[in-house]
Design a protein around this ligand. Sequence first.
Ligand SMILES: Cc1cc2nc3c(=O)[nH]c(=O)nc-3n(C[C@H](O)[C@H](O)[C@H](O)COP(=O)(O)OP(=O)(O)OC[C@H]3O[C@@H](n4cnc5c(N)ncnc54)[C@H](O)[C@@H]3O)c2cc1C
Length: 401
Amino acid sequence: MPDSLPVVIAGAGPTGLMCALALRKQGIPVVLCEAEPALTHDLRAGSFHPPTLEMMAPYGITAKMHETGLKVQRWQIRNRPGDLVAEFDLDLLKDITPYPYRLHLEQHRLTPIQLDILKRNKDVEINFGHTLKSFTQDADGVTVTFGTGGADRTIKASWLIGADGGRSAVRKGLDVEFEGFTWPELFVVVSTPYDFAQHGFAFNCYIADPVEWGALFKVPDDGAPGLWRLAYPVNPEESEEALLSPDRIESALQRLVPKAGPYEVRYKSTYRVHQRVASSFRAGRVLLAGDAAHLNNPLGGFGLNSGIHDAINLSDKLARHWHGESEALLDLYSRQRRAATIEQVQAMSIRNKQTMEERDPAVQRARLEELVAIAADPVKAREHLLNTSMISGLKRANEVT
Ligand SMILES: Cc1cc2nc3c(=O)[nH]c(=O)nc-3n(C[C@H](O)[C@H](O)[C@H](O)COP(=O)(O)OP(=O)(O)OC[C@H]3O[C@@H](n4cnc5c(N)ncnc54)[C@H](O)[C@@H]3O)c2cc1C
């Protein structure tokens, strides 16, 4: 009976942890394997939309996140001189969600919450230092080989979930295309405790500019005063050393808000951004979720949120199949989540970036005026917020049959 074998999950990022939690909640045996010796701590996503908070609430994750997260009710579009162009207030959604705001919390503060809750479940096996190397599958199950630093370990699984991030070894082991493109520019992300709110900046702002657009948002850090993170594009042909030199970082921050004295900079890094979607999220008994299945630019804060949405959708369907329903549900998972990714996440994140970086001043003015008109009209603003908060896209995708 293949389904008495556990479901093996590769990757203990937010997506893999969420899959493990959701499957265990439905009585399914789970083995979670993570390549690193501990949860990763690098600076990544940090903005959670209302549906994601709703999905994580039954696990106790959302309540725990609220202990340190920042509620961000308003977000803004600004231009480079720093002027406010349009402001959107999520309070307009208070009749349809208990969380009418974005919650800001660093990804590396979410994963320990997920892991703590998962560990309370005695029937889950969690292995760090297990790097998926290869797998084979047949009609009855999947045989997965992990490198462990010593002898390889082989685990027999009923299903394998690849939640092993953008460079997914699981995806690469399948006959699945990773369709899309890579943006030519690199992104720099810098963090400073300087308080931009004193200049009227909301905790989440997008800054339109044909040369140097930006995205600014505040995360809680270890507590007050918190950290503001600025992301902006740079020339990939320059060395990382030059791009991250103190002078260059300082002048980027001074261009955002000129001030006397230098900025205190806590973190800085560069990263490359892709727009890619796997041609299928299922191949036999192997399933893909999160960054392993899709990648997008950070404008809109969709990447991590959609990984959680994948995990919940997938775990629900896998559990229904486990308890007797048709295996075809797993194809439905792939269709629904690919639809959400392509029609919502890819389309909106690409459009957001194009609006911010539009080089033709007349076109950019027209796009920004459109946003001003939307923000000024409560009916249109509500529709815009339903889209940008991922509520409409999720609803449409869940209707896919
Ligand atoms: C530098 C950076 C900045 C980002 N900034 C933003 C942002 O501002 N906003 C936003 O929305 N999104 C952002 N993202 C995207 C966001 O962080 C991801 O969407 C999110 O991490 C997806 O979670 P995941 O669990 O699917 O993948 P990951 O978080 O990548 O987790 C995958 C896990 O799998 C493990 N793993 C990898 N290979 C193996 C293997 N062979 N075997 C076992 N385990 C393996 C990894 O160690 C990791 O723990 C950023 C991403 C990066 C890389």
